[in-house]
Design a protein around this ligand. Sequence first.
Ligand SMILES: [Zn+2]
Ligand SMILES: [Zn+2]
Length: 130
Amino acid sequence: MSDPADTRETSKGPSVQTEKNLNVLCFEHHTQMRPSQILLKIGEESEQLPAYVCEEPGCFVRYSSSRGYFVTTPDGRQIEGELTPRISCPKDSRLMYLAEVRPQQRSYRLWRCPECGTSLATEGLSRASS
Ligand SMILES: [Zn+2]
Ligand SMILES: [Zn+2]
């Protein structure tokens, strides 16, 4: 038996694969990164993907919510083994981005999850205990 009255209207549009406008900071410069499209070379292939880019001259730090932070060469190759921070969300293990730093607390970092918005504060090894 089918019920013809049960026709639900879904007002939601199709999910679009674009990056949200997040307040992503470069982990090197602590400046706000700009949402952009980058060309990433993987082997012989090159792949276009939405990513946040640092606007400091000569800085090739990038962030995308799927890959986390990564660093490329000027021609778009990912540099392997670069020391990029990899902080995973405790809820969904997505790679978090740097959302806030404090000039007074040099080791303080606030990370945020691009997926669920969970934030996580970390402090470096040097504790200010005087
Ligand atoms: Zn930078
Ligand atoms: Zn999350």
